[in-house]
Design a protein around this ligand. Structure first.
Ligand SMILES: Cc1ncc(COP(=O)(O)O)c(C=O)c1O
Length: 392
């Protein structure tokens, strides 16, 4: 007989209990069991990885040594990332000691928060935000301090609110723009104000710019390129979204050498190096991926226009997102909560959207609509959403 543990909970660390279970798994479980469902839930490109990138990886398997790479990643890839950032944003990082290639941006969070947080250290996080930010801060024994981003301010964090949230325990201000789940981008004036606050209080800025290439109508604002920002900014970027490479698991962190060394310590003991084949694919993405990025972006933009105008016509007020591939309409007029709206829409019309509360307190009264489906599927989904709202 297998001996049973008396109380498994007592073995599990408190920090794990401090993170509530994600409701998303249950929701996606239900959605997966419904054959006619159209999911606008998952934030993952519906495009395949561009074939020449996959082919480059295929050739690498046969032609290159597929051992561990240097802990910080293939030198050619770090050089490619450095060139890419200089070409696009005129911000320069030394590939030798200022760039760390990670297992997606996700692993980057672990390296950064664990290296920065002593128990009780606070990180200011605009809310709503990507689901992993707050849990990863808590797993590192830090304290996420949400600052609400409101639709009336185009979902941008207001400098005054950030200033008001700073305490003696604040270590960093986290920014994630273009934003998941709202699609908001940062405006230059606002970002400059936030950098000033960081300078005044000697804080770090952590900037997750994984959606940097997916912006519509304005150029991406790269935070470390702002005056005075580079030295105190930890830039995080990746290949999952811009290049449709979620499964390859490659991201990167750029920062001054002293900080990067601390992140590298966690990285080298946790994973040694990011997957080697994927690093060759990421290098190919930088070298030959641009036309594919532009094509995907044009198609996302077409869908974005359809989604925003149709949701507004249906009566769900929808702010115009300028980045990523999400729309974040208000569902307050329906009288339902965000959870009720998404659950009933799923059951009654077989369309999956995510309740805004999954993205933190700032998401209350909204749902996230990911337009990572074909234009035709999105048209059908929007028609069903219209029927659902009309039936209330
Ligand atoms: C804002 C944001 N950051 C990071 C990630 C994680 O990306 P990766 O696939 O590089 O781990 C996601 C994934 O959805 C995201 O939306």
């Amino acid at each position: 007989m297998i001996p049973k543990l008396s109380d498994t909970n007592k073995f599990i660390a408190d920090r794990i209990h401090r993170v509530p279970p994600s409701g998303l798994h249950r929701f996606f479980g239900i959605a997966a069991s419904m054959p006619q469902v159209i999911s606008l839930g998952v934030g993952e490109p519906d495009f395949p990885t561009p074939p020449p990138i996959t082919q480059a990886a295929y050739h690498a398997i046969y032609e290159k040594p597929i051992g561990y790479t240097a802990n910080s990643g293939l030198m050619e890839l770090r050089e490619g990332i450095a060139k890419h950032l200089t070409d696009l944003y005129e911000v320069s990082y030394d590939p030798k000691n200022e760039i760390l290639v990670t297992v997606g941006v996700s692993e980057g969070f672990k390296c950064v928060f664990q290296a920065l947080c002593n128990p009780g250290d606070e990180i200011i996080v605009p809310s709503p935000c990507f689901v992993a930010y707050e849990p990863e801060i808590i797993f590192a024994d830090g304290v996420p301090v949400p600052v609400i981003c409101d639709a009336k301010h185009d979902f941008e964090p207001q400098a005054a609110d950030i200033r008001a949230a700073v305490t003696e325990r604040t270590k960093a201000v986290f920014l994630g723009f273009p934003n998941n789940p709202t699609g908001a981008v940062l405006t230059r004036e606002n970002a400059i104000e936030i950098v000033k606050i960081a300078e005044e209080h000697d804080l770090l800025i952590i900037s997750d710019e994984i959606y940097d290439r997916l912006n519509y109508g304005s150029d991406h604002l790269c935070v470390p390129a702002l005056p005075g920002a580079r030295g105190r900014t930890i830039l995080m970027g990746g290949f999952s979204k811009d290049y449709a490479m979620t499964g390859w698991r490659v991201g990167y962190i750029c920062a001054v050498p002293e900080l990067l060394e601390a992140f590298s310590k966690i990285h080298q003991y946790a994973v040694m190096s990011a997957p080697t084949i994927s690093q060759f694919a990421a290098l190919a993405a930088l070298e030959i991926g641009e036309p594919f990025v532009q094509d995907m972006k044009a198609e996302y933009d077409r869908r974005r226009k359809l989604v925003v105008s149709t949701l507004n016509d249906i009566g769900l007020d929808c702010f115009e997102p300028r980045g990523a591939f999400y729309a974040f309409p208000s569902i307050r007029r329906t009288g339902l909560t965000s959870d009720e709206f998404s659950e009933r829409l799923l059951v009654e019309q077989e369309v999956a959207v995510i309740s805004g509360t999954s993205f933190g307190v700032g998401g209350t009264g909204h749902v996230r609509v990911a337009y990572c489906k074909s234009y035709e599927q999105i048209e059908i989904a929007l028609e069903r959403i219209g029927k659902f709202v009309a039936s209330l």
